[in-house]
Design a protein around this ligand. Structure first.
Ligand SMILES: [Zn+2]
Length: 181
């Protein structure tokens, strides 16, 4: 397999860690998964760079400078209606973006046993009349936002397992990359 260079970004920052469930935050959970994932990618000879903890437009600039083969940002969903659950992966609508999003979505659903919510285009609030979210609009490479599950849903919360989420993302990435060869 040809080696690739990947840009990865945790959702949110240490100061503003995003959604939470008890003491578990989006940022903390993202970093735990990404630490495991970077080890797995590095072991296989791929390059993974963490681009984090800034505004999304500044992050996009840094990612463009790095010029990776592709990239993603890892979030965990949350909603005031606690019944909402499942996995979704957002993309720009490009052919490669769709392919990367589908590969990640399917492997995460397969490993975690979450509900597949699909791979919508990354408009703000998923509203088609709104623009694409900044991190996807401003990145030149194929870039997606992964939302493996809802922190606000008790059954999804029980499914949290750092290794499984990491391996789910790893398999999705490798399947996408194989599909390009
Ligand atoms: Zn988030």
């Amino acid at each position: 397999m040809k080696k690739f260079k990947l840009a990865i970004s945790p959702g949110h920052t240490p100061d503003k860690p995003g959604a939470s469930h008890g003491n578990i935050t989006e940022y903390g959970l993202s970093m735990a998964v990404l630490g495991d994932l970077i080890f797995r990618l590095g072991k296989r000879g791929h390059e993974a760079w963490i681009i984090g903890a800034d505004s999304n437009s500044y992050q996009a600039t840094k990612i463009n400078k790095l010029n990776p083969d592709f990239g993603f940002e890892l979030h965990f969903n949350s909603f005031h209606d606690a019944t909402w659950n499942g996995t979704e992966v957002l993309h720009s609508g490009s052919k490669k973006g769709r392919a990367l999003a589908s590969a990640l979505h399917d492997s995460i659903v397969d490993l975690l046993g979450t509900k597949g919510r699909g791979t919508p285009i990354a408009h703000y609030q998923l509203n088609k009349r709104k623009p694409l979210i900044t991190i996807i609009k401003n990145t030149v490479c194929t870039f997606v936002v992964i939302e493996p599950l809802f922190l606000s849903n008790p059954s999804d919360f029980e499914k949290i397992d750092i290794t499984l989420i990491s391996v789910g993302i790893l398999r999705g990435i490798l399947n996408y990359w194989k599909g390009l060869e």
